[in-house]
Design a binder for this molecule. Structure first.
Ligand code: GLN
Length: 446
């Protein structure tokens, strides 16, 4: 009730929620009370949670931030939200996001931009901006997000919260609306690394419904949170601290890394020479996969359908033309172009080769160091509307986050103080399935 009231009185300012599910939340809370009094509670039973509106939730509108799905009531539950329900978590509602998770500002949402609670005239980051704003504004204690190229970490950084992008395959993608299937991964967004660890305990695990989910035991991510950092080798890629990084952000990140050094970590400069290749590779691969994934929205099966179509061709054209926003159309066009005969080898195949180089680059780095640290985004949150007409500059916002998805690695963003009055986040990148180590470092830092 406390959180539902906060959402009611404050969310007209932040616009973090697309849908609130009050009735269902109160019913789930009652059940949680019963479980608790019967001694059947898990760690998170009764804890409220907000879910990004990309997860199918049975009987509840699941819009993915798009007009295309404005009328879509999901007929089934995603694995992530099902696991949360099973653990007794209480869903408060579905959070705002960039349309089909394409964006870094939350401005491409059909439901209007979400506002950063630290400065309502600024972006919360994206695409999981609604989840980040909800946690930051204390409209929910924890939330789920998804990260295809930074969408958990970048809004976490801009809203002063903690967000974890797990190893590809750690969390099931079943029932999570697909953007770029080889990059998409769901993860926890919370105030602290400890809260994120508890939520990851619930979200992670093999799921036979997702053939890319990994058969790897789920450890208790809270178990090692207090391990000491003595002797931990932290790599600092020189490319991450170079040109393009805002000076105040750089100072805040360097100060946070010094804190880790004080706790016994050993800093080592390393080089990730493929760092500048992640933006071009990602912006071929992600749109290519998106153009294929989004072909299912045809006005026939479900979702938006145009009025009075003249024939099938008209139905397809107008349903897609009217249902999708500009950024989504831009991605579909880029993707379809990159995959077309004659261009496939030059763009898509080349981008996949570059992807392998990026993966190898990290593999070499992890021969030398335990984790890699650096900024999450080159800037803090900027004003709403500032980048709407400049997609290429917006794509550069992702420069420090994309390579992690291309390589399939886990990465954690934790609050690293303020740069010119706005929050910024330290990014810690780990080797495959090293989520526990990242959360341990994040916890010790906090
Ligand atoms: N900002 C990136 C993009 O627009 C990443 C989005 C995401 O991680 N979903 O594609």
């Amino acid at each position: 009730t406390h959180y539902l009231n906060r959402i009611k009185s404050l969310d007209d300012k932040t616009n973090a929620f697309i849908t609130t599910t009050e009735e269902q939340a109160l019913a789930q809370a009652k059940q949680a009370d019963q479980l608790r009094s019967a001694g059947n509670a898990s760690q998170l039973t009764g804890i409220p949670i907000a879910h990004k509106d990309i997860f199918c939730t049975e009987g509840v509108k699941t819009s993915c931030g798009s007009k295309m799905l404005d009328n879509f009531i999901a007929p089934y539950e995603s694995t992530v939200t099902q696991k949360c329900n099973d653990a007794g978590l209480v869903m408060l509602g579905k959070t705002n996001m960039d349309e089909f998770a394409m964006g870094s500002t939350n401005e491409s949402s059909f439901y209007g931009a979400c506002h950063n609670p630290w400065d309502l005239e600024k972006i919360p980051g994206g695409s999981s901006g609604g989840s980040a704003a909800a946690v930051a504004a204390r409209l929910a204690p924890i939330a789920t997000g998804t990260d295809t190229g930074g969408s958990i970490r970048q809004p976490a950084s801009m809203c002063n919260i903690t967000g974890l992008k797990p190893t590809y395959g750690r969390v099931s993608r079943w029932g999570m609306i697909a953007f770029a299937s080889s990059l998409d991964q769901a993860g926890p967004m919370a105030q602290t690394a400890e809260d994120a660890a508890m939520l990851l305990n619930t979200m992670a695990g093999l799921d036979l419904k997702d053939s890319t989910s990994m058969d790897q035991p789920v450890e208790d991510y809270t178990a090692g949170l207090n391990n000491g950092l003595e002797g931990l080798k932290i790599g600092l890629p020189k490319e991450y601290f170079a040109e393009g990084l805002n000076d105040s952000v750089k100072a805040a990140i360097e100060a946070s890394i010094k804190e880790l050094e004080k706790q016994g970590a050993i800093l080592k400069e390393i080089s990730l020479s493929t760092a500048n290749l992640s933006v071009p590779a990602y912006y071929v691969i992600a749109p290519a996969e998106a153009s294929a994934n989004l072909s299912r929205f045809d006005g026939v099966r479900y979702g938006y359908r145009c009025e009075d179509p003249e024939n099938l061709e008209d139905l397809y054209k107008r349903s897609r033309g009217e249902g999708f926003g500009d950024e989504v159309k831009r991605r579909i066009m880029i993707g379809a172009y990159a995959l077309s005969a004659g261009y496939y080898d030059a763009y898509y195949k080349k981008a996949q080769q570059v992807r392998r180089l990026i993966k190898n680059d990290f593999a070499n780095a992890f021969n030398e160091v335990d984790v890699i640290a650096g900024p999450t985004a080159p800037t803090t949150a900027f004003k709403l509307g500032e980048m709407t007409n400049d997609p290429v500059t917006m794509y550069l916002e992702d420069i420090f986050t994309l390579s992690v998805n291309l390589a399939g690695l886990p990465a954690l963003t934790v609050p690293a103080g303020f740069a010119d009055g706005m929050p910024t986040g330290l990014q810690l990148i780990g080797n495959y399935f090293q989520e526990a180590k990242l959360l341990n470092i994040g916890h010790k830092y906090q």
